[in-house]
Design a protein around this ligand. Structure first.
Ligand code: ATP
Length: 618
């Protein structure tokens, strides 16, 4: 056991680095301070330790009494920070995943999750944290590692039994790949990372980058030279640390790179373009163009709902800064939108059709627009939107272009590169795959039995996890199904689709998010980008015709890596997407229904010799 006291009163910092086998000098380490005694942070840190070999370096806030040096030679250490009298005590509690020598907790029931060791291959895993599942929870018969995880498990079970309409679950910490850093004084200078270190960091964060001179990822919002007010707003929004896509995209966008970014649904892509926009606009407004009344940036999204949501987030992050927003969507009066733009705005958030309408009917100068964002870019470059987007693009004078989606194909990449020269590609995680936190449960259901199956699920205490979004393929279908659900099950249900007036759509989403209505039947209008906090279950009643839309729809069941589930109805009518669906299900480790498997095998396996002959002779 190694320990060292630090006098209370000194601000403590935890510096850490996912080192792997690499050895770095202290000066080369990323500097990142954080409130090390915060319980949630410690829990998260321990999760990180479970994933990577990490060195924790602890130093006092005055920067002098660095006690990290001896640790650098020990690549995997787990440190505990505790209070003793008026001293903080720091001790090694584990090394390389084993109990630390002298630990007296070996035979006791483990209290906390991080007291438990990693599970070896073949050993039982804790259903909550994945560590060694040393105990069995009597109430549920699940393997668990500690009292702490037992408590979490029982809370979850209790929550899943809550009656319909109660408040949505609280947020869990962000994904494990996220690093918590909150350095108050010292700025992390990513330029000081060597190429090898940058590569290592990107590998750890599953970031892939193509293009020239893309800056290294940052581990903290504080490292981005953002206006202090913006940093305050980020903190007030509860963003303790950047998500991986934000770590890479924010610094790259801030140096003016045009980007094509793909990352999982619910991984924080919106803030990764809003933060650079707000930063540049408010700096411009403050420093040079205090009287600037021309719009400085444009965000285009495919739906009104998404525009509203992006504007809300922009307002939240831009609060108190010289940065105004204008929402330009159909359904709201154009005069008000025009008036707002003429007052001078930092960003116009618009659907392409309405913006073109506004531009053709009124004289709006866009020559000051320096950033254009295409959210859900794969959809924006598809027929229907492509022409409008090109028209808007041509009205601008060579802006920096930031394009985002969870699904970006090679074809979209080609189109993006032909539209914008020297575009840099940033891909976080596995491209075009569903968010791994969403458990997919495909069920083979014949079309005429789908309604009954849905009612059964909604009436089942075990399977119904409100609030639930049910995705259907048509507007009429949405209305009819929502009515049928309400009548048959007695559960309050509403429908939402593009034919309903804007005001009504807003109210429906609100009552759903407030828990007044536990089931919402929606068309694709809610399929992309919408951040339905609290929704952990999606039912895909009508399988969309494209696998991309499927990935987006089931993505509504998880935000920032929180676990969710998607029950998916499939049958013969979806055969066009069987190959892609099977591929997605296989790569996600999801079960594949027998009927799907046999049909897929029939349609995709190369013909055997006999079959070929028969085919030839017929
Ligand atoms: N750094 C952060 N820390 C904590 N929460 C965050 C952070 N960044 C974003 N969020 C929250 O995470 C949620 C998901 O973010 P967002 O909607 O931007 O995801 P997305 O990647 O755009 O998803 P989709 O592909 O579904 O549109 C939002 O509620 C957002 O407020």
């Amino acid at each position: 056991m190694w320990s060292s006291p630090i006098s209370v009163g000194l601000r403590l910092q935890i510096l850490y680095w996912a080192l792997g086998p690499l050895e770095l000098g202290l000066n080369e380490l990323l500097r990142a301070s954080s409130l090390c005694l915060d319980k949630a942070l410690r829990a998260r840190a321990h999760t990180l330790i479970a994933q990577f070999p990490i060195v924790f370096i602890v130093e006092a806030g005055d920067g002098n009494s660095i006690i990290a040096a001896p640790l650098l030679t020990l690549p995997t250490q787990i440190m505990e920070i505790g209070e003793k009298g008026n001293q903080w005590e720091i001790s090694t509690v584990a090394e390389n995943g084993n109990e630390a020598p002298g630990s007296d907790t070996v035979n006791d029931v483990k209290k906390r999750c991080w007291d438990q060791r990693e599970a070896l291959p073949g050993e039982p895993h804790c259903v909550i944290c994945g560590r060694y599942g040393e105990y069995i929870c009597d109430e549920t018969d699940d393997d668990i590692c500690s009292l702490e995880c037992k408590h979490t498990l029982l809370c979850r079970v209790a929550k899943s039994r809550l009656p319909v309409g109660l408040s949505p679950p609280t947020r869990l910490p962000t994904t494990d790949e996220c690093f918590y850093i909150k350095d108050n004084d010292e700025k992390v200078d990513s330029k000081s990372l060597t190429n090898d270190q940058t590569e290592l960091l990107r590998t750890k964060l599953k970031i892939n980058v193509r293009g020239d001179l893309v800056p290294a990822p940052v581990l903290s919002f504080n490292s981005c030279n953002l206006p202090q007010k913006l940093l305050d707003n980020i903190e007030a929004a509860g963003y303790e640390m950047p998500t991986p896509v934000q770590m890479q995209a924010i610094p790259a966008a801030l140096v003016g790179k045009s980007l094509l970014v793909s990352a999982d649904t619910g991984s924080g892509k919106t803030a990764s373009f809003l933060v650079p926009i707000i930063s540049s606009c408010s700096k411009l407004n403050q420093e040079k163009f205090s009287n600037q009344i021309k719009p400085l940036s444009i965000v285009l999204t495919p739906t009104r709902e998404l525009c509203i949501q992006v504007e809300e987030q922009a307002k939240l992050l831009g609060k108190g800064l010289p940065f105004k927003t204008a929402l330009v969507v159909g359904g709201d009066p154009m005069a008000g939108q025009l008036h707002r733009i003429n007052q001078g705005v930092g960003v116009i958030i618009a659907t392409p059709g309405r913006l073109i309408d506004l531009l053709t009917k009124h004289d709006i100068e866009l020559d000051s627009v320096s950033i254009l964002v295409l959210d859900e870019v794969d959809l924006m470059l598809q027929r229907g939107f492509h022409e409008q987007v090109t028209q808007i693009f041509q009205a601008l004078s060579r802006p920096q272009v930031l394009m985002y989606s969870a699904t970006i194909s090679k074809e979209v990449e080609k189109m993006a590169s032909s539209m914008v020269k020297d575009i840099n590609v940033v891909a976080v995680g596995k491209p075009n795959k569903p968010n791994g936190a969403v458990k997919q449960l495909p069920i083979w259901v014949e079309s005429k039995k789908k309604k009954q199956k849905l009612f059964d699920i909604l009436l089942s205490k075990q399977h119904f996890m409100p609030p639930v979004v049910v995705f259907v393929g048509s507007r009429l279908g949405a209305d009819l199904l929502s009515e049928a659900v309400a009548v048959t099950t007695g559960i309050k249900t509403l429908s939402i689709h593009g034919e309903k007036p804007m005001k009504e759509r807003r109210e429906i989403i609100q009552s759903f998010l407030f828990g007044e209505v536990p089931v919402l039947v929606a068309t694709g209008v809610l399929g992309r980008g919408i951040d339905l906090l609290g929704v952990r279950q999606v039912i895909v009643f009508d399988m969309p015709t494209s696998i991309k839309e499927y990935v987006h729809q089931i993505g509504r069941a998880s935000r920032l890596g929180e676990e969710g589930s998607a029950i998916v109805f499939i049958n013969e009518e979806n055969k066009k997407i069987f190959p892609e669906l099977v591929d997605i299900l296989k790569s996600s480790g999801a079960p594949i229904p027998r009927e799907l498997n046999s049909r897929y095998t029939k349609t995709t396996l190369p013909l055997g010799r006999d079959q070929k002959k028969r085919k030839h002779s017929s």
